[in-house]
Design a protein. Structure first.
Length: 93
Protein backbone atom coordinates (compact mmCIF):
# COMPACT_ATOMS: atom_id res chain seq x y z
CA UNK A 1 0.00 0.00 0.00
CA UNK A 2 1.32 3.43 -0.87
CA UNK A 3 0.31 6.93 0.17
CA UNK A 4 0.81 10.27 -1.54
CA UNK A 5 2.32 12.97 0.65
CA UNK A 6 2.45 16.65 -0.24
CA UNK A 7 4.99 18.84 1.57
CA UNK A 8 6.16 22.42 1.26
CA UNK A 9 9.93 22.84 1.02
CA UNK A 10 12.04 25.95 1.44
CA UNK A 11 13.52 27.06 -1.89
CA UNK A 12 17.08 26.22 -0.86
CA UNK A 13 16.14 22.67 0.10
CA UNK A 14 14.18 22.13 -3.11
CA UNK A 15 17.13 23.37 -5.16
CA UNK A 16 19.54 21.09 -3.28
CA UNK A 17 17.24 18.11 -3.81
CA UNK A 18 16.82 18.89 -7.51
CA UNK A 19 20.57 19.27 -7.99
CA UNK A 20 21.39 16.05 -6.13
CA UNK A 21 18.67 14.16 -8.01
CA UNK A 22 20.06 15.36 -11.34
CA UNK A 23 23.61 14.43 -10.36
CA UNK A 24 22.50 10.93 -9.37
CA UNK A 25 20.19 10.45 -12.37
CA UNK A 26 17.09 10.16 -10.18
CA UNK A 27 13.83 11.97 -9.98
CA UNK A 28 13.42 14.25 -6.99
CA UNK A 29 10.67 11.93 -5.73
CA UNK A 30 12.94 8.87 -5.95
CA UNK A 31 15.71 10.70 -4.11
CA UNK A 32 13.37 11.80 -1.31
CA UNK A 33 12.02 8.27 -0.98
CA UNK A 34 15.56 6.88 -0.85
CA UNK A 35 16.65 9.41 1.79
CA UNK A 36 13.58 8.79 3.93
CA UNK A 37 13.99 5.04 3.66
CA UNK A 38 17.66 5.17 4.60
CA UNK A 39 17.05 7.48 7.54
CA UNK A 40 13.88 5.95 8.94
CA UNK A 41 14.30 2.26 8.14
CA UNK A 42 18.08 2.04 7.89
CA UNK A 43 20.34 1.11 5.02
CA UNK A 44 18.05 -1.75 3.97
CA UNK A 45 15.82 -0.09 1.39
CA UNK A 46 12.75 -1.94 0.24
CA UNK A 47 12.41 -3.02 -3.37
CA UNK A 48 9.71 -0.37 -3.85
CA UNK A 49 12.11 2.35 -2.72
CA UNK A 50 14.85 1.36 -5.17
CA UNK A 51 15.22 4.26 -7.63
CA UNK A 52 14.87 3.65 -11.33
CA UNK A 53 18.09 3.44 -13.29
CA UNK A 54 17.79 6.36 -15.68
CA UNK A 55 21.47 6.45 -16.65
CA UNK A 56 20.67 5.32 -20.21
CA UNK A 57 17.93 7.91 -20.69
CA UNK A 58 19.32 10.53 -23.11
CA UNK A 59 17.08 13.25 -21.65
CA UNK A 60 18.61 12.77 -18.20
CA UNK A 61 21.82 14.28 -19.59
CA UNK A 62 19.92 17.56 -19.70
CA UNK A 63 18.62 17.33 -16.12
CA UNK A 64 19.56 20.36 -14.09
CA UNK A 65 20.48 22.51 -17.09
CA UNK A 66 17.19 24.37 -17.37
CA UNK A 67 16.05 27.06 -14.97
CA UNK A 68 12.37 27.90 -14.91
CA UNK A 69 9.67 29.46 -12.77
CA UNK A 70 7.49 26.44 -13.52
CA UNK A 71 7.47 24.41 -10.33
CA UNK A 72 5.27 21.52 -11.46
CA UNK A 73 7.02 20.55 -14.69
CA UNK A 74 7.85 17.06 -13.43
CA UNK A 75 4.19 16.35 -12.70
CA UNK A 76 2.62 18.21 -15.64
CA UNK A 77 5.23 17.92 -18.39
CA UNK A 78 2.75 16.29 -20.77
CA UNK A 79 0.40 19.25 -20.34
CA UNK A 80 3.18 21.76 -21.06
CA UNK A 81 4.38 19.86 -24.13
CA UNK A 82 0.81 19.62 -25.40
CA UNK A 83 0.23 23.31 -24.75
CA UNK A 84 3.40 24.24 -26.65
CA UNK A 85 2.34 22.10 -29.62
CA UNK A 86 -1.16 23.60 -29.54
CA UNK A 87 0.24 27.15 -29.38
CA UNK A 88 2.58 26.44 -32.28
CA UNK A 89 -0.20 24.98 -34.40
CA UNK A 90 -2.50 27.95 -33.70
CA UNK A 91 0.02 30.79 -33.82
CA UNK A 92 -1.57 32.23 -36.97
CA UNK A 93 -5.09 32.33 -35.49
Amino acid sequence: MTKTLTITLPDALEQALAQTAAQTNQTTEALILQLLTQNLIGQEASVEATPLDLSDDPLMQLAGFITSDIVDAADRHDYYIGQAIYDEMHQDD
